[in-house]
Write a protein that binds this ligand. Structure first.
Ligand code: DON
Length: 571
């Protein structure tokens, strides 16, 4: 739910007072420090305790961080079906214990017969929900190929041993959380509409907390992947089920599309912020470039002195965000199809020049391009997990179906959900996607092309050593949430959990709106910003960060987002 804070003195004061009263227990939106979760030998932080446990067991058995990441990715596909997936895609950033870095792109691709205007009506307007729901919304899934590529390059344990825990969870079932039961109930109509053949996610009576979800079809699919690797998903009976599903629902993914899918190793984006080195995801994610641009934009200013979520801090960060997201809309897309001006965008002088017209007296107005409206947070879902092993190898993975439960289509016989990632393309120049993001030529649909992402799995080094592993879901808010989490630790001395807990805010150029999580700003700050011309909208939670910090004493400190059922487990 979004709540408008009107640019009107009476309302501003009233709302500001309301915020102060409601959140008087949380100074600056903080939920308090928590030092209880520090471990020496390794850690897994993910959106679901069962998945974190699967990862931790792999680490304890001598698996490395990549082994654990593969096991967690498959486990999440079972126990966290709203975003964990084999029918979606994602990105991985890796840093080996000796400092070598790499990044893996397993983003979905547009099918070969996809076309630029495929979601437009006869007069050129986007058809509501066509890129979001049902069979036509799906890109060619990349997750299984991604896990195979990661394991082939860096894995230590046997592939089959990494899939087994997920198979057991699908076969024997697991107890759903209260949050999950509620989500399944709320989405029942949509699941039924898109899956007339039935799916494990729908039952006659309402789901209750602790009901057991059994997914035998998904278990069988995972067994094929266990036995045949990439071919177990992209060829043979699982591919046949996916193709049959496409025929049934008018989708366009073909056998060739599946066979041709490849995960790609890419050179990570690297940038410096003070004495920290940021290693993050390159295009086709905009996340890494935007993150570095944001950090560089605020680097010259005394954030530490101003403090967390103070008016100066918020104003500066928002003005940086406005400019960075404007660049994102214009210049970012799949680098294999569009020449992303990466070097220019990351040039120090360029970033500095972007901030030159920023005026402390009032908000810089965003351009007049038609503004999009962010939809409610409940329809968004992606998931991030962070892992470090005993040797200090670190993995940061963000993976997604795009919207919660993707296209809502569960492949009949295959038991897995398909993504609705096609909506991340710019379906029409200037027309906002589900996150209100606009784009143009750089992110236009083309066969085989990867849709632009905001996902920003990131690893931070300090003095050449591992410092932080961080990432989050949240659509367009991913970049600003990762940005704030890093700043919360480096500038505001938060421990990992407190940095994650801290209330967040977000601006994405268009719409020209400052989104704030309830309780992020105190009444005086709210008033000051409103008076400077920042239209403020209160919204539900921003981000769901799962992160790990290495303390100066050599312990791993987890930050598992309390906005969800997330869990940090270590040993
Ligand atoms: O790649 C992207 O940027 C989006 N598909 C991510 C979606 C997302 O984070 C939804 N989550 N809350």
């Amino acid at each position: 739910m979004l709540k408008i804070l009107k640019v009107n003195h009476f309302f501003a004061v009233a709302t500001a007072l309301f915020i102060t009263v409601a959140f008087s227990g949380c100074v600056g939106g903080q939920l308090g420090q928590d030092n209880s979760n520090e471990y020496r030998n390794g850690m897994v932080v993910s959106a679901n305790e069962l998945a974190s446990r699967v990862g931790l067991n792999i680490l304890k058995k001598g698996g490395n961080a990549i082994d654990a990441a593969v096991a967690v990715q498959f486990a999440l596909a079972v126990v966290y079906p709203n975003a964990g997936n084999i029918g979606g895609g994602g990105f991985m950033v890796y840093r080996g214990a000796s400092g070598e870095t790499n990044s893996l792109d397993f983003r979905e691709t547009a099918p070969a017969i996809a076309s630029r205007d495929m979601y437009l009506d006869s007069v050129g307007n986007p058809i509501v929900d066509k890129s979001l729901e049902g069979h036509l919304a799906s890109g060619v899934p990349g997750s299984v190929a991604g896990m195979v590529a990661a394991h082939e390059k860096y894995g230590k344990l046997k592939w089959a041993d990494l899939i087994e825990p997920a198979i057991a969870l699908a076969k024997n079932g697991f107890k759903v959380s209260e949050q999950q039961a509620g989500e399944f109930n709320r989405r029942k109509e949509r699941f039924v509409k898109n899956n007339p053949q039935g799916t494990a996610l729908v039952k006659e009576t309402d789901w209750l907390e602790d009901d057991v979800l059994l997914q035998p079809e998904l278990a069988a699919t995972l067994e094929k992947i266990r036995d045949k690797g990439q071919a177990g998903f992209y060829e043979g009976p699982v591919a046949d089920s996916l193709l049959a599903e496409m025929r049934r629902g008018g989708g366009i993914i073909s056998a060739e599309d599946l066979k041709n899918y490849k995960a790609i190793w890419r050179k990570p984006i690297v940038g410096n912020y003070k004495e920290y080195r940021i290693v993050t995801m390159p295009p086709p994610s905009s996340g890494g470039i935007a993150l570095i641009q944001l950090l560089k934009s605020v680097e010259p200013y005394p954030l530490k002195r101003w403090g967390l979520n103070s008016d100066s801090t918020v104003q500066l960060m928002v003005e940086a965000e406005r400019r960075v997201y404007a660049d994102r809309a214009e210049y970012l897309g799949d680098p294999d199809f569009y020449k992303v001006p990466q070097v220019q965008l990351l040039n120090d002088a360029y970033i500095k020049s972007r901030m030159a017209n920023f005026n402390w007296a009032y908000a810089t107005p965003s351009s007049e391009i038609k503004a999009g409206v962010l939809k409610g947070a409940e329809h968004e879902e992606t998931t991030h997990f962070s892992i470090v092993d005993r040797d200090g190898n670190a993995v940061s993975v963000t993976t997604t179906l795009n919207g919660s439960y993707g296209s809502s289509v569960v492949v009949k016989g295959g038991g897995f959900l398909l993504n609705n990632e096609m909506d991340d393309f710019s379906v029409k120049p200037g027309s906002p996607n589900m996150y209100g993001l606009v784009g143009g030529e750089a992110n236009a649909i083309a066969p085989g092309k990867r849709m632009l992402s905001s996902m920003a799995p990131t690893i931070v080094e300090k003095d050449g050593k591992l410092f932080m592993i961080v990432g989050t879901p949240g659509g367009s808010t991913i970049i600003t949430s990762v940005f704030q989490t890093i700043v919360n630790v480096i500038e505001f001395n938060k421990n990992m959990q407190s940095a994650v807990n801290a209330k967040k805010f977000h601006h994405q150029w268009l719409p020209d709106t400052l989104y704030v999580e309830k309780g992020a700003l105190d009444s005086i700050t709210t008033l000051k910003l409103i008076n400077k011309g920042y239209p403020i909208l209160e919204r539900g939670s921003i981000g769901r960060v799962d992160a790990i910090l290495k303390t100066k004493w050599g312990y791993y400190q987890g930050g598992a987002d309390k906005r969800g059922d997330d869990k940090a487990l270590g040993w």
